[in-house]
Design a protein around this ligand. Structure first.
Ligand code: SF4
Length: 62
């Protein structure tokens, strides 16, 4: 099975910090209201960005 590429811990933490300040973040379940993902899981993924393009340097809507 192909290994999933993940972002560095520093980038993951920066992404999650942006989510925690975002109006689409649902703190009780730590999910994004736009994509439905758990933000810690999505923040790890090299080939996923923020659906609202709030993570700097990432491709939007992937
Ligand atoms: S993934 Fe984007 S839209 Fe969703 S909570 Fe995080 S910053 Fe907000």
């Amino acid at each position: 099975m192909a290994k999933v590429k993940v972002k560095s811990k520093a980038v993951q933490a920066a992404r999650v910090a942006i989510c925690e300040a975002c109006p689409y973040f649902i703190p009780t379940i730590r999910r994004c209201r736009q994509c439905g993902c758990k933000v810690e899981d999505r923040a790890k993924m090299e080939d996923r960005g923020c659906p609202m393009n709030r993570w700097p340097g990432d491709l939007p809507n992937v």
